[in-house]
Design a protein around this ligand. Structure first.
Ligand SMILES: Nc1ncnc2c1ncn2[C@@H]1O[C@H](COP(=O)(O)OP(=O)(O)OP(=O)(O)O)[C@@H](O)[C@H]1O
Ligand SMILES: [Mg+2]
Length: 305
């Protein structure tokens, strides 16, 4: 176990940003912290790295409590905050060298590590470009490279893929997989539910609490309702009709479709079709669907409300 958290709790005045969070992370594991804006992701990550002191509970990195020995813990970890500040006037290469100096990377190691990070990040062609002139995706990849220069055993990354184009997003994940394969543990937050599936384990966070922590497959497997997608002529009307049907647990729009979660044994597809027909809410199709993390999140959020 490289990271352990017990009962981590933090409030800002009335706002209970993080409430009683327990976590463990093993070497090589990628744990995703997935939740919407304001869920408490950044606050939790700050508590894990010791940038913030908890009101209660503790975090320990490699057995070192971050509150007791912050320097010792920090040697083992690399932290990339949500708003990561590189030196805008320094080039890609200069930024990396600066961080190498700051972390006392031995000169014999330095060029080897730089080469490797340039290769991973595909920033090699841009080494002479000032960081302030990089695209959003390149900037994040450089920030990640700077976080990796001292070969930490634990990476704590706060929304590394937010605002990043799909290609750079995939490249960022590939870098994470490569380091995970070498035994580096990674805790990565994201507001994108679809990124949950990329992690070994996922914690869904809502209002400062972890709703569930498990493998993506196990979390998807826990979804008890039957899920249907309705293409209705008038989505609003269909939603009003279905929401009033006993046995319909949830009904919410997803783009042009209406998602309908029906309690097991309540009548499934027939229940949905009949309700729409009886109340004259025309539809083009009703189809069974597999739940995704968005659906899971909504169902859990409800049961924890
Ligand atoms: N320093 C602070 N002072 C006061 N309130 C804060 C502070 N930091 C966070 N909060 C509040 O705590 C709650 C959790 O915020 P946090 O930044 O941890 O969420 P988040 O999941 O990281 O959100 P986002 O996806 O927008 O980054 C929010 O209600 C936020 O407004
Ligand atoms: Mg945040």
């Amino acid at each position: 176990m490289i990271l352990e958290a017990q009962g981590l709790t933090k409030s800002f005045g009335e706002i209970r940003a993080v409430q009683g969070v327990d976590l463990t992370v093993e070497p090589g594991e990628i744990l995703g912290l997935v939740g919407p804006d304001g869920a408490g992701k950044s606050t939790l990550l700050r508590l894990l790295v010791g940038v913030l002191d908890p009101d209660a509970g503790y975090a320990a990195v490699g057995g070192i409590k971050v509150g007791e020995d912050p320097e010792g813990a920090r040697e083992l970890l690399g932290y990339m905050p949500q708003q990561y500040s590189l030196y805008a006037d320094l080039t890609v290469s200069e930024n990396l060298r600066f961080f190498a100096d700051m972390y006392f990377v031995p000169p014999a190691e330095r060029e080897k590590r730089l080469e490797r990070l340039f290769e991973f990040s595909r920033l090699k062609p841009y080494t002479a470009r000032p960081a302030g002139k990089l695209s959003g995706g390149m900037y994040k990849k450089l920030a990640l490279s700077c976080t990796l220069i001292h070969t930490p055993k634990l990476l704590i990354l706060d929304e590394p893929t937010t605002g990043v184009d799909p290609l750079s997003r995939r490249e960022l994940w590939d870098i994470l997989y490569a380091f995970s394969a070498e035994g580096v543990a990674i805790v990565v937050s994201t507001p994108y539910m679809d990124e949950a599936e990329r992690c070994h384990r996922v914690s869904l966070i809502h209002r400062g609490r972890l709703l569930v922590t498990d493998s993506p497959a196990a979390i998807l497997g826990h979804f008890a309702d039957e899920l249907f997608e309705v293409l209705a002529e008038n989505q609003e009307k269909a939603r009003a009709v279905l929401s009033a049907v006993p046995g319909v647990r949830r009904c919410y729009p997803a783009g042009s479709l209406l998602k309908v979660a029906v309690a097991p044994g309540a009548g499934g597809e027939n229940l949905v079709r009949r309700a729409l027909e009886n109340r004259a809410a025309p539809f083009a199709s009703v189809e069974k669907a597999e739940p995704n993390f968005e659906d899971i999140f909504l169902s859990l959020e409800e049961s924890f409300a």
